[in-house]
Design a protein around this ligand. Structure first.
Ligand SMILES: *Cc1c(COP(=O)(O)O)cnc(C)c1O
Ligand code: SF4
Length: 379
């Protein structure tokens, strides 16, 4: 057995552990355990500094998970975009390929709680169906291995999936979405990186949420992946009490760059059942973005996105930099709130495009009442 597998076996993973190690009462522990798996390996556990800290909140269950919050289990309508159980096909040219239900840790805020950890819903036996689906859809050029965590597969099984994908001529790039560099960096071995290298171009998006997760072990894991020629990105989730302070986010983004990880997305927390206590108002995310742009390297700035409820995909949102228009001038403000005027060009007199409002469409096909000027700020 490899070290990482041994570490997984030593995880805190039962209601009994919650009672004995974290002082939960038995009834609550039992309910929490049956609602969503618990798994915290000794490495990640060692990052906790005090009860209720940002590491604790991400991995130790909270009785607030039991709240009847009325939130949906599948807020992104992933299930209705699944032509076969292992595929989520929402965008024209790329798919999520769910290869395992297992994760190295069960994050309390997970958006895929309904499926993750449940091998009847995500399973190796659906892998061939997924490969067949991808092979029969030539418009797919980008496949994102997800789950669960695809690095929970053994190197051998993972290589079989990668080989299967590389046998499909229209697949240009392969991405892996994995939390391993953050929660179990011991999973990144030379054997693994030597294998991954054979299937380039391979990209990895990892998932760090707090600067305390940027340890020497995590750096070593990211170094090994980067040295294997794999570009690394990070997808963070904005969460109350974890990283909803501009200074914390700034430190996280800077630390990621020192580990050769490029911040990619910052997600507004999804509205998933049992995770309401992690949500922040969108104004908080905008405030954080406002305090990043201009104040630090542009490389450190992720896209702040809302994954549209009901399955519309990721929608970027930005602080308001365009203040308005005066004649042909656009009035802008910079990161220090200084005002600038940009003399725009007059629009071309002949317009071959349909009027902007015709391009808006409600999901149900009805005409949208939104006035485009209000949406984009300028005409
Ligand atoms: C996030 C996501 C992707 C990838 O989106 P990118 O913006 O290309 O990174 C693809 N499919 C689904 C269903 C997703 O949720
Ligand atoms: S690693 Fe990802 S899929 Fe697994 S529990 Fe955490 S957020 Fe959910």
């Amino acid at each position: 057995m490899e070290l990482w597998q041994e570490m997984l076996r030593q995880s805190v993973d039962t209601g009994k552990d919650l009672v004995e190690r974290f002082g939960f009462d038995e009834a609550a522990a039992k309910k929490l355990n049956s609602l969503f798996h618990i798994r915290i390996n000794p490495y990640y556990l060692s990052l906790i500094r005090y009860p209720g800290d940002p590491i604790w909140k991400q991995c130790i269950p909270d009785v607030q998970e039991l709240a009847e919050d009325g939130l949906p289990e599948d807020p992104l309508a992933e299930d209705s975009h699944s032509p076969v159980p292992s595929i989520v096909h929402r965008y024209p040219d790329r798919v999520l390929f769910l290869t395992t239900s297992q994760c190295s840790m069960y994050c309390r805020f997970c958006t895929r709680k309904r499926k993750v950890g449940d091998s009847s819903k995500i399973n190796m036996k659906y892998i061939q169906d997924g490969l067949n689906y991808i092979a029969s859809h030539p418009e797919i050029r980008d496949v994102i291995l997800s789950g669960g965590d695809p690095l929970m597969l053994t190197d051998y099984l993972l290589e079989r999936v990668l080989k299967g994908l590389r046998d499909i001529p229209h697949i240009q790039i392969i991405r892996l979405g994995t939390k391993m560099p953050c929660v179990l960096p011991q999973r990144i071995t030379l054997k693994l990186t030597r294998m991954l290298k054979k299937y380039h171009p391979v990209y990895i998006n990892t998932h760090f949420n707090h600067p305390w997760e940027c340890t020497p072990e995590a750096k070593r894991a990211c170094d090994m992946l980067a040295d294997a020629g794999i570009p690394l990105g990070n997808q963070a989730v904005l969460m109350k009490g974890v990283n909803d302070e501009p200074d914390v986010m700034l430190e996280l983004m800077r630390k990621l760059l020192t580990m050769r990880v490029r911040p990619y997305y910052l997600y507004q927390a999804d509205i998933t059942k049992g995770t309401d206590h992690f949500r922040t108002p969108v104004s908080k995310g905008l405030e954080i973005m406002d305090k990043l742009r201009g104040h630090t390297s542009g490389l450190a700035i992720p896209y702040y996105v809302i994954d549209a409820p009901g399955g519309g995909g990721k929608i970027p949102i930005l602080p308001q930099y365009v203040l308005g228009r005066a004649g042909k001038n656009i009035i802008l403000r910079n990161y220090k709130y200084e005002i600038f005027t940009y003399p725009d060009l007059e629009e071309e007199p002949v317009n071959h495009h349909p009027p902007v409002e015709k391009q808006f469409k409600r999901k149900n096909g009805k005409k949208k009442e939104l006035i485009p000027d209000e949406v984009v700020g300028v005409k």
